[in-house]
Design a protein around this ligand. Structure first.
Ligand SMILES: Cc1cc2nc3c(=O)[nH]c(=O)nc-3n(C[C@H](O)[C@H](O)[C@H](O)COP(=O)(O)O)c2cc1C
Length: 433
């Protein structure tokens, strides 16, 4: 078992933390930065490399054509914008990488380049950004469109967006600011250039008007479709993917690395991190009871699962008979999630059978004692050949401590988790090993 990179994917975003948990709200208010700062401190002390904060810009109402379940159960909504949270997280920590999500479809590249450059100055190299393309029509309708543009075209546009953002970051030479008080020269004008970008989707003159970056933020992406993998492999420093079977995980990583190599990059510079959901129990008896509880396919559990896949894929799963096989499905939204869901049970399975299979074996859930989970993660890492894992879950303190207090020592005993983060920034920590 070899050392792995670990991080935390905050799937609820800067949103409701722990609704449904008996400890909900005790001692914290999810709308304020403190609960996230506390969690970030724990992640840093635990040796996690990074915290990624999900984001989206809708009140989801795909499931059953209404927002009832999402609002009733606080699923994906409400949430604040993650960018203003970043300085609070930076000030609470000194080595943890902080990664907000940003939509290439809805942020102009100049706005994004400027915001991220500013934050990277505060971050001293610890900033990352999770680039998403926001596949849903209801998101597009908040930005003046009738529907989201076609899936592959969205990625073409995102590619140009990344190119422009990077050109803007490079529009100042690193040594452009000279601050020569004797000559009375603040910045050397020969080291600052317009970019004069004229592309298919963007026209941007430049240069950027912030100070040159200490280093470019780490780019994170989670493309899963063929086009998405090309985009991720060509541009990203970190690629996220949901854990599934070791074979599928290995194939995914091989494909990302092949794209990286084909585009002239060193594949070792691209880290593929798989999302898992560790559920730590005290003993075998509790493990059995958690499994039994998850297997009960209550209406609440069905709603929970189906609202999620409906939101992410843009397909209304309430419209399907639970006891019939699913029809052939396609989406202009998040193709990887739809594919993962449909393929999680043998072809021809009913929707209920898919849900039953996923209840205990959704690929993400790893249920057991801390040492069992550490062992499983080590084996999965060896078999999948990945670079590491992201724990997913909300950051209400009960959940963070319930998970990491037992798991961190177990991962260290298994030789999987580093004992200390370096102080050279996120990219340096990620490429340490
Ligand atoms: C672990 C993970 C995290 C993601 N986080 C976000 C997010 O915060 N916001 C968002 O709009 N999409 C998010 N996505 C969706 C991806 O950005 C991407 O759209 C998705 O994987 C579909 O890509 P595909 O159509 O290439 O399969 C996430 C996906 C995964 C697997």
């Amino acid at each position: 078992m070899t050392l792995q990179h670990f991080g935390w994917f905050l799937g609820a975003g800067f949103g409701v933390q722990g609704w449904g948990d008996p400890t909900y709200g005790i001692g914290y208010d999810w709308k304020q930065p403190q609960v996230y700062q506390d969690a970030a401190r724990v992640f840093e002390a635990s040796g996690l490399d990074l915290l990624i904060i999900e984001d989206g810009v809708t009140v989801p109402d795909t499931y059953g054509g209404t927002a009832e379940v999402n609002l009733r159960d606080a699923r994906f909504v409400p949430k604040h914008d993650p960018l203003p949270l970043v300085p609070y997280l930076l000030s609470a920590t000194s080595r943890l990488g902080i990664v907000p999500t940003l939509s290439a479809s809805f942020y102009e590249p100049f706005t994004a380049a400027r915001l991220l450059a500013t934050l990277q100055h505060f971050a001293g190299g610890r900033l990352g950004f999770n680039v998403v393309t926001s596949g849903s029509d209801i998101a597009a309708q908040n930005y003046g469109l009738d529907k989201q543009i076609d899936h592959d075209l969205r990625y073409d546009r995102a590619q140009e967006w990344v190119d422009v953002v990077r050109k803007l970051w490079r529009s100042w030479d690193a040594d452009a600011i000279v601050e020569d008080t004797e000559r009375g020269v603040f910045a050397d004008f020969t080291k600052v250039r317009t970019i004069d970008h004229e592309g298919e989707f963007f026209r941007v003159r430049g240069p950027l008007n912030t100070a040159p970056l200490p280093s470019e933020p780490v780019m994170v992406q989670a493309g899963a479709s063929g086009r998405g993998q090309d985009f991720a492999g060509q541009n990203s420093d970190v690629v996220l993917q949901l854990a599934s079977t070791p074979e599928r995980m290995r194939a995914y990583r091989d494909s990302i690395r092949a794209v990286s190599a084909a585009t002239g990059r060193n594949p070792d510079d691209v880290k593929v991190l798989f999302v898992v959901n560790p559920i730590v129990t005290a003993n075998a008896e509790e493990t059995a009871s958690v499994r039994a509880h998850r297997s009960e396919l209550t209406q609440a559990a069905i709603d929970e699962a189906l609202q999620g896949v409906s939101y992410l894929s843009g397909v209304d799963f309430k419209a399907f008979d639970l006891d019939a096989p699913l029809p052939e499905l396609t989406t202009n939204g998040n193709q990887g999630t739809l594919d993962n869901f449909v393929k999680s049970a043998p072809a021809g399975s009913t929707l209920r059978e898919i849900l039953q299979t996923r209840a205990n074996k959704d690929g993400l859930a790893i249920i057991g004692t801390a040492d069992e989970i550490a062992h499983h993660i080590g084996e999965l890492g060896d078999a999948a050949g990945g670079d590491g894992f992201l724990f997913t879950g909300q950051v209400h303190p009960a959940h963070v401590h319930r998970t990491l207090d037992p798991l961190v020592p177990a991962l260290r005993r298994a030789g999987l988790l580093r004992t200390e983060l370096g102080d050279g920034g996120l990219r340096a920590n990620l490429t340490d090993f």
